[in-house]
Design a protein around this ligand. Structure first.
Ligand code: PMP
Length: 417
């Protein structure tokens, strides 16, 4: 019989099988890794970092889920949120529902309008003056409570140079390096027509108690509430105007929320671009004067729903008090860490502290990094006052679990040094 020689020797056969098995295994592993990574990205399962950033801030997990869904199917339209017309009825409904939810949650009285204006809070530093003060060349009082009040004052002074208004400094805490709020910050002379406050100083860690703001309409009170809006009840009736960039307690960046008394809308400056005009946005469904940041509007809507379901702004305040108390208490009882802001004026949103021994700052930052704690560094603009320092931001989306994780790292660090 003529035996054909085997195509492969048995050694060759085993070699080939080994190669094949290796190839199959490697590719299965690769496919599994891709699937896992995809699942992690889609569900956010790899987000094990405890994020204390001052903003854009961490969002509540259910809000993130809704936003993830909106990237491929926004509100059942089958369209991604970034490819849908702002004239689509769903977008119109989201915008008007969001303004209605603001009214409900903050108990906004009749005679006020709520709207979204593009460009965050910095745009409003001049925007509010151009909208409210219009062409009247008025004397505006400012409370200089810290970094962001300073930015608002700088912007107003640029308008002063254009003979638009005069800026009058009512009170400052600069001599205390803005660790406290200015004394006598509610006094003003009779010529002052508007007063501007910054309700929470994100960089310096102080927060105004809103009960302390006087009642009465002898003066128009305006407030930048960027870093504490929706974190506590607000006596809206005390203010002519409230504005807030939405990217901390209220959504993803791109917009400012504006709450304004209707009688202040009659003299906008003609130089105002239409999307920045409160009167124009009021007429346009509260934010649809031109193509807005629809993703930001959607995020605000989702967060407001989440706040409502959680029990409203009183519940947000309760939670922030609990988170902040835990952290302040640990710092106050520490020999290694020290709080920067004055106890009476401490913010519930931004806890500003430092490692007592400046030379150990970097070591603590490293310890945080190793434990996946991020966004904890202080604002570079305040180093000139406090040296290298730390800031833990505790906005609505922050969790107690993350605060506990930070405390563990702090305690471990204390034991080492
Ligand atoms: N005001 C305050 C109190 C802030 O915290 C910030 C941002 N951190 C701003 C204004 C500026 O906001 P935006 O980046 O939206 O212009």
């Amino acid at each position: 019989m003529n035996h054909k020689p085997p195509l492969l020797s048995s050694g060759g056969f085993f070699f080939l099988m080994k190669k094949l098995t290796f190839w199959v295994n490697t590719n299965t592993m690769r496919a599994d890794a891709v699937k896992t990574a995809h699942r992690e990205i889609v569900r956010g399962e790899n987000m094990k970092k405890a994020n204390f950033t001052a903003g854009p801030a961490v969002l509540p997990r259910p809000v993130e889920e809704k936003l993830r869904r909106a990237t491929h199917d926004f509100a059942g339209t089958g369209l991604p949120v970034w490819s849908i017309s702002h004239r689509h009825p769903v977008v119109e409904k989201f915008c008007s529902d969001a303004t209605a939810l603001v009214c409900e949650l903050l108990k906004v009285p009749k005679g006020y309008s709520v709207m979204f204006v593009p460009g965050g809070a910095t745009t409003q530093f001049k925007g509010w003056l151009l909208n409210i003060v219009g062409r009247k060349a008025l004397k505006i009082g400012y409370v200089d409570s810290g970094h962001w009040a300073g930015e608002a004052i700088k912007a107003a002074r640029e308008l002063t140079e254009a003979n638009f208004c005069t800026v009058h400094m009512l009170a400052t805490s600069k001599e205390d390096m803005y660790r406290s709020l200015p004394a006598d910050m509610f006094a003003h002379d009779s010529e002052v027509v508007c007063i501007h406050y910054t309700s929470n100083e994100t960089v310096n860690g102080t927060q105004i108690k809103l009960d302390a703001i006087p009642d009465g309409r002898e003066v128009i009170r305006a407030a930048d509430m960027t870093s504490d809006i929706m974190s506590r009840p607000v006596p809206v009736e005390k203010f002519g105007l409230i504005y807030a960039g939405v990217q901390k307690n209220l959504g993803v960046p791109g917009l400012a929320l504006v709450i304004v008394r209707d009688d202040l809308l009659d003299a906008p400056h003609p130089a105002l671009p239409a999307p920045l005009s409160y009167a124009e946005q009021k007429k346009a469904n509260g934010g649809l004067r031109n193509t807005p940041d629809i993703l930001a509007i959607a995020s605000v809507h989702y967060i407001l729903e989440w706040i409502k379901e959680a029990g409203g702004v009183a519940e947000m305040e309760k939670r922030s008090r609990e988170r902040a108390a835990l952290l302040y208490d640990a710092i106050d009882h520490s020999d290694v860490f020290a709080c920067i802001s004055a106890p009476a004026d401490r913010s519930l949103m931004n806890v500003i502290f430092r490692v007592r021994n400046e030379h150990q700052h970097e070591k603590f930052m490293h310890a945080c990094e190793e434990s996946d704690i991020v966004g904890i560094n202080g604002h570079a603009g305040a180093n000139k006052y406090y040296g290298p320092h730390l800031r833990a931001s505790l906005y609505n989306g922050q969790t107690m679990e993350n605060v506990q994780r930070l405390l563990e790292v702090m305690h471990k660090f204390e034991r080492r040094f």
